[in-house]
Design a protein around this ligand. Structure first.
Ligand code: NDP
Length: 242
């Protein structure tokens, strides 16, 4: 069989970078997208040989053009990992409409914008893997993150509903819900807050991006066809949903 072809949004840094590398190591052709940090993207490209593409995943037309460009290079998409995301934290009574909209756009609209470009093709070919990177805070809620928790919970609803639509066509749709992972996003959390967070993680440490990538590689596998509509929690025991 030909190589499976994957797109990882936000695939040049942090968790997405580890996912892109894991899929490449699995034998997939991989394209990684990013928003604007050219320096990180070029470093990633030089280190890994993985192709990088820049556009805003919150913009539907940009996703349409960007996916078409990737597919011209590596062919139709078998595996889509919706990983790109941002935070704009603040207590709700101080949350601006801009902070709400920015997060909904980058973290939730993006999932529609990207999946809409590849889902019909997956249906036609009878195979697909859509993997959405949600968050522990979309499962349990988090003070100061009403926007982010809402967007990430929205991704879970999207995952469950689309799984039902894809099931008869060989397409699985799943989510991975990381806890606190040692990336730039978490480095932005003030140290005293982070110390409190780590104290609440039963395994006693932050997670590693590679530990999330392992979950994605499992879900992306051809042999994972019976797992769909699920959310894999990878959070060191910090939150155990029923
Ligand atoms: P990083 O901030 O380290 O990297 C984010 C990546 O997404 C970058 O490649 C960035 O591009 C890209 N990106 C952001 N916004 C856009 C956009 N609008 N269009 C295109 N690309 C974009 O994030 P993490 O690796 O920490 O997080 C990855 C995912 O995992 C996110 O969805 C996050 O919510 C989720 N997550 C992270 C956790 C953590 O502890 N780190 C915990 C739970 C969930 P550029 O480099 O150009 O800025």
């Amino acid at each position: 069989m030909d190589k499976r072809r994957a797109i990882v949004t936000g695939g040049t840094r942090g968790i997405g970078k580890a996912i892109a590398i894991a899929l490449k190591e699995k034998g997939c052709a991989v394209a990684a997208t990013y928003a604007g940090n050219d320096e990180a993207a070029n470093k990633f490209k030089d280190e890994t040989g993985i192709l990088v593409f820049k556009w805003d995943v919150g913009d539907y037309d940009a996703c349409k053009g960007g996916v078409a460009e990737i597919e011209k290079v590596q062919g139709p998409t078998d595996i889509l990992v919706n990983n790109a995301g941002i935070t704009r934290d603040g207590l709700f009574h101080k949350m601006s409409p801009q902070a709400w909209r920015d997060v909904m756009r980058a973290d939730l609209d993006s999932v529609y914008n990207m999946t809409a470009q590849v889902f019909a093709g997956m249906r036609e070919r009878g195979f697909g893997r859509v993997i959405n990177i949600t968050s522990i805070n979309g499962q349990k809620g988090q003070l100061g993150q009403v926007n982010y928790s809402a967007a990430k919970a929205g991704m879970i609803g999207f995952t469950k509903a689309l799984a039902l639509e894809g099931a008869a066509k060989g397409i699985t749709v799943n989510a991975v819900a990381p806890g606190y992972i040692d990336t730039d996003m978490v480095a932005a959390v003030p140290t005293p807050v982070l110390e409190k967070i780590v104290a609440g993680i039963p395994v006693g440490r932050l997670g590693k991006a590679e530990e999330i990538a392992r979950c994605v590689a499992f879900l992306a596998d051809d042999a994972a066809g019976f797992v769909t509509g699920s959310v894999i929690s990878a959070n060191g025991g910090q939150y155990i949903p029923s």
